[in-house]
Design a protein around this ligand. Structure first.
Ligand code: NDP
Length: 448
């Protein structure tokens, strides 16, 4: 799609010229810039203050060496990143990803999207993201600990409970957050809410583990109900089998859906009777095993090597693995097989062509920035509890999470109506998220 607004076209061209190889980042920037065209036309003060030129450039990028010693006594070296993208509405906030595919483009795309997602939650959080190309797969607990300690030794110089509060993402769960929190405390002699996703014994929030998956289903439920539908008796396919996927599967089942397929990076399982989540949790959360092992416990299920989870017929699809995992061909297959709703648990899992195909074919589409914001929203609630030194009950947190997801749906929907594309939640979420940050940047002046 070409830009109609020449000022936005020029800004995109400059971003592309500056970082031509950062394809994930460029993809994320293009989507937002295309969406906000009508806002830029309506609010000339944003262009005058250079809001868009500034919002596409991170406030700060930290790239650092992470050296650690493996179990054989050999020194290993990885690259660490923290991109502090935008602090207009609060301290930088966003997860840490440990995966061999991590590079500056991936971290910048995630940090950029995080700005608008955090804004949509209604909580005071700016956008940031970080991580490393370290591969946690196959590493011992000792190796994970030594890596996390080394990573935090540098990161601790740049973060703080009022500056930048990282959390988990791919490859970073409770174990890794614990090691990083311990190291921060050792270095700074300060017990403070500097990370979220902490264990319940040292300042974590109830429901944080479940929050992204639960929030995704609350958002999807809202979108379905607004269109006279619900999860009840619907077939659901979910990609991934990590934190987001597991709790999306749990909530989708509680809301009456039947989850028949899940995947990991090696393959996917199909269980026509509905996935047994106890088996998945034991494999993934306890044994850290491959999904192929599922069929040993449930012999009636099928395991297939490779991609292909989107070939399983379903009514509702929830991509919860990684970026660009659902392309145009997958979208065509889903629509052909009767899928009418897709909501993104992962960040940017659908390619631009897939998004366009689904929207044009009437699929109810919940974009990541809105649909998976429940994780960071509950991290925001963890920060609040840390600040007041109190813990809320699971019911209290869950209730707040539900309320936030309903508000996000309404903000995105209302913005889509106000700007002339009713029901297009990609445009609606981008506009609603952007407008608040733009107003805050405008109020705070140019030089920072
Ligand atoms: P986990 O590490 O817990 O799980 C990731 C899952 O996705 C695993 O099943 C993994 O398979 C699969 N996966 C990862 N990379 C790839 C790849 N390149 N190709 C195919 N499959 C892959 O991560 P999360 O569940 O936390 O995160 C999943 C997605 O949700 C990410 O996009 C993340 O940014 C997003 N997200 C997470 C939030 C959170 O609170 N955790 C909040 C908001 C968004 P394997 O084990 O084989 O690698």
């Amino acid at each position: 799609m070409a830009f109609k607004n020449s000022a936005l076209a020029d800004i995109y061209a400059r971003v592309e010229k500056r970082d031509p190889d950062q394809k994930e980042f460029l993809q994320a920037v293009r989507e937002v810039l295309e969406s906000i065209e009508p806002v830029i036309e309506k609010r000339p003060e944003f262009a005058k203050a250079g809001i868009v030129d500034r919002i596409v450039e991170p406030e700060r990028m930290i790239v650092f060496r992470v050296s650690w010693v493996d179990d054989n006594g050999k020194v290993q070296v990885n690259r660490g990143f923290r991109v502090q993208f935008n602090s207009a509405i609060g301290p930088y906030k966003g997860g840490l990803r440990l995966h061999p595919s991590v590079n500056l483009s991936v971290i910048k795309f995630l940090g950029f999207e995080q700005i608008f997602k955090n804004s949509l939650t209604g909580l005071p959080m700016g956008g940031g993201k970080g991580g490393s190309d370290f591969d946690p797969k196959g590493k011992s607990d000792g190796e994970i600990m030594r890596f996390c300690q080394s990573f935090m030794t540098e990161l601790s110089k740049h973060i703080g409970s009022c500056t930048d509060v990282p959390a988990g993402d791919i490859g970073v769960g409770g174990r890794e957050i614990g090691f990083m929190f311990g190291q921060y405390k050792r270095l700074r002699n300060e017990f403070t809410g500097v990370l979220t996703g902490k264990g319940l014994t040292y300042g974590g929030s109830l429901i944080r583990t479940e929050a992204t998956g639960y929030g995704l289903c609350y958002f999807t439920d809202e979108m379905l109900r607004a269109n006279g539908k619900s999860f009840k008796d619907q077939t659901v396919v979910i990609s991934g089998s990590g934190n987001v996927a597991i709790y999306a599967a749990q909530k989708a089942t509680q809301l009456g859906g039947k989850v028949v397929a899940m995947s990991d990076s090696a393959g996917y399982i199909y269980d026509k009777n509905g996935i047994n989540l106890d088996v998945i949790k034991d494999l993934k959360e306890v044994k850290r095993a491959r999904l192929s092992e599922y069929v040993k416990s449930v012999p009636s299920a099928e395991y297939h090597e490779g991609k292909g989870v989107w070939s399983i017929p379903c009514h509702i699809a929830l991509p919860c693995a990684t970026q660009n995992e659902l392309d145009e061909n997958d979208a065509k297959m889903l629509v052909k097989n009767g899928c009418y709703a897709v909501a993104e648990g992962a960040n940017m899992p659908s390619t631009p062509e897939a998004c366009e195909y689904m929207i044009q074919n009437g699929v109810l589409f919940g974009p990541a920035k809105a649909a998976n914001a429940g994780g960071v929203a509950t991290s925001g609630l963890e920060m609040s509890q840390n600040s007041i030194r109190l813990s809320w009950t699971a019911e209290e947190v869950d209730e707040k999470l539900k309320g936030i997801m309903t508000n996000i749906y309404n903000s995105a929907y209302n913005a889509s109506v106000e700007y002339g594309c009713p029901g297009n939640l990609i445009v609606g979420a981008n506009i609603a998220g952007f407008t608040k940050v733009a107003e805050a940047m405008l109020a705070q002046g140019v030089a920072y």
